[in-house]
Design a binder for this molecule. Structure first.
Ligand code: ADP
Length: 406
C-alpha cells in the first residue's frame, strides 16, 4: 500500500450519512484525513466536510430531488471524495447497529451477510434499514469493493447467560429476544485504549459511562464487557436525550390500553419524545438544560446524574467491586458539572473528584488515594477503521501490519 491508500467509514442514519476518511500508511498506521456528513436527506440536503486540522473542505446545499434517500446521500459524498479530493477508498467500514445473536466481531460483507443482517432489522427498525441501504447499494455497484460491517452489539456478545436473558419463556431468547447491549464500538475503543493511557486500571473492574445523546454504561472486567445498562434495544438503561431509559413495561401497557397508542405512535414516543426532552419539556440537549434557569431543566439534569449513579451501583454489583470509572462521549467528555454531580453520588464507592482536574477535563480527574476516575474521549470511527483494515489485511495473509492508530 502507498501512503495515499484510504479507508472510508460510513455511519448512516435516517436523515444523515456521516463519513470519515482515514489514510493508511505503509506500516498500517491510520491517520484521519476527512470528517463529513450529508444531512437533510429528503428535506434540505447539505454536504459538510472538514480536514484533519478542522479546516473547512466543503459546505454546499443540494436540490432535494437529487438526494432523496440514504444511498443517494452516500453517492454525493463518494462523488465529492472522488472528484474533488481524489479519494477512491480501498475498503468501506460501516457502523451497523445490530449484529444479532451470532456476530461477535466485524464481518466482511457479501450477499449472504446482508441477507442475515436484514433479518435483524426487526430488532432495530429505526436504525438497521438505514445502515444496510448504502451497503446494498455499494455491493450492487462495486461488487469487488471490500466492505466491512462493525456492530454496536458485538463487543457484548460474550456476556454470561445470566446477563443475556430476560425472565420470560426461553423460546423468546431463542427467537432473539436478548439483552444485547449497544455502544459496543465505543466500549471496545475504551478497552483497547486503557492499556495505553491508564495501564494500572486496564486489567481491573472498570465502569465506563458513555454519556452522549444516546447514553449507556458498561462493566468491563479485564477489558471485556460483562454487563451493560442497555438490553434488547437502545431504549433501556439510562435516560437519554429523547429516550426514557429503564421504564416499567406496565407504563407501556397503560399507554396502549388506556391512552390508545398504536405501535408506531408508541415507538415514536419512546425514541423521540421522552428522556431529557420529555422530562424537562425544554430540550434534549444537556448544554441547554444546564444553562436554563427553569426548575424543570435543573430537575432533568439531576435526574440524569441520579440514574447514572444508580446504574453504577448495579454494575459495581456485577463486577463485585469497582477499581475505576471512565467517562466518555459528548456529555461525559465535556461536562465537568455533570461528572461532579455523578461523582457526588458515588462517594460510597470511594469516588472523590479533584475539582480543578475535573474542570480542566484532565485524563485523571480524581483525587489521589481515591477510586480513579478518568475522562477518555471515545473514537468509534477509528475503531471501525482498525477493524476494516484488519479484515482487509487478513485477506492478504503475508502482510504483518494490523491497523495501528496514530
Ligand atoms: P451522539 O454521538 O450520541 O449524537 P454525543 O456523544 O455527540 O452524542 O453527545 C451529545 C450530547 O453531549 C448532547 O446532549 C450535548 O448537549 C452534550 N454535550 C456536548 N458538549 C457538552 C458540554 N460542554 N456540556 C454539556 N453537555 C455537552
Amino acid at each position: 500500500m502507498t501512503t495515499m491508500d484510504t479507508i472510508l467509514i460510513v455511519n448512516a442514519g435516517s436523515s444523515s450519512v456521516k463519513f470519515q476518511v482515514f489514510a493508511v500508511d505503509g506500516d498500517g498506521r491510520l491517520r484521519r484525513r476527512i470528517k463529513g456528513q450529508v444531512d437533510g436527506i429528503g428535506s434540505r440536503p447539505h454536504l459538510r466536510a472538514t480536514g484533519s486540522s478542522g479546516e473547512k473542505l466543503a459546505e454546499r446545499v443540494y436540490p432535494i430531488e437529487s438526494v432523496g434517500d440514504v444511498p443517494a446521500a452516500l453517492q454525493v459524498a463518494a462523488d465529492w471524495l472522488r472528484d474533488e479530493q481524489r479519494i477512491t477508498p480501498l475498503a468501506v467500514g460501516h457502523r451497523v447497529v445490530h449484529g444479532g445473536p451470532d456476530y461477535d466481531r466485524p464481518v466482511l460483507i457479501d450477499h449472504s451477510v446482508v441477507g442475515r443482517l436484514e433479518r435483524y432489522a426487526a430488532l432495530a427498525p429505526l436504525h438497521q434499514p438505514h445502515n444496510l441501504a448504502p451497503i446494498r447499494a455499494l455491493l450492487e455497484k462495486f461488487p469487488s469493493l471490500p466492505q466491512v460491517a462493525c456492530f454496536d452489539t458485538a463487543f457484548h456478545r460474550h456476556h454470561d447467560d445470566i446477563a443475556d436473558f430476560y425472565a420470560i419463556p426461553c423460546q423468546l431468547h431463542e427467537d432473539g429476544v436478548r439483552r444485547y447491549g449497544f455502544h459496543g464500538l465505543s466500549y471496545e475503543y475504551i478497552a483497547t485504549t486503557l492499556p495505553k493511557v491508564a495501564p494500572d486500571i486496564a486489567t481491573g473492574r472498570v465502569i465506563v459511562a458513555h454519556l452522549g445523546s444516546g447514553a449507556s454504561m458498561c462493566a468491563l472486567l479485564g477489558g471485556r464487557s460483562i454487563e451493560s445498562t442497555m438490553g434488547f434495544t437502545a431504549l433501556d438503561g439510562l435516560p437519554m436525550g429523547t429516550r426514557p431509559g429503564q421504564i416499567d413495561p406496565g407504563v407501556l401497557l397503560y399507554l396502549i390500553s388506556v391512552k390508545g397508542m398504536a405501535p408506531a405512535e408508541l415507538q415514536n414516543f419512546l425514541y423521540r419524545d421522552c428522556g431529557l426532552k420529555g422530562l424537562s419539556g425544554i430540550s434534549n440537549d444537556m448544554r441547554e438544560l444546564q444553562t436554563s434557569k427553569e426548575p424543570e431543566a435543573a430537575f432533568a439534569v439531576e435526574y440524569f446524574a441520579y440514574r447514572v449513579a444508580l446504574s453504577a451501583g448495579m454494575l459495581a454489583a456485577a463486577l463485585q467491586g469497582v477499581d475505576a470509572f471512565v467517562f466518555t462521549a459528548g456529555i461525559g467528555e465535556n461536562s465537568d458539572g455533570i461528572r461532579a454531580r455523578i461523582a457526588d453520588r458515588l462517594g460510597w464507592l470511594g469516588v472523590a473528584l479533584d475539582p480543578s482536574e475535573n474542570h480542566r477535563h484532565s485524563l485523571r480527574i480524581s483525587r489521589p488515594d481515591t477510586t480513579p476516575v478518568y475522562v477518555v474521549p471515545t473514537d468509534e470511527e477509528l475503531m471501525i477503521a482498525q477493524h476494516t483494515l484488519s479484515l482487509l489485511w487478513s485477506q492478504r495473509p503475508s502482510h504483518p501490519a494490523r491497523g495501528r492508530a496514530s
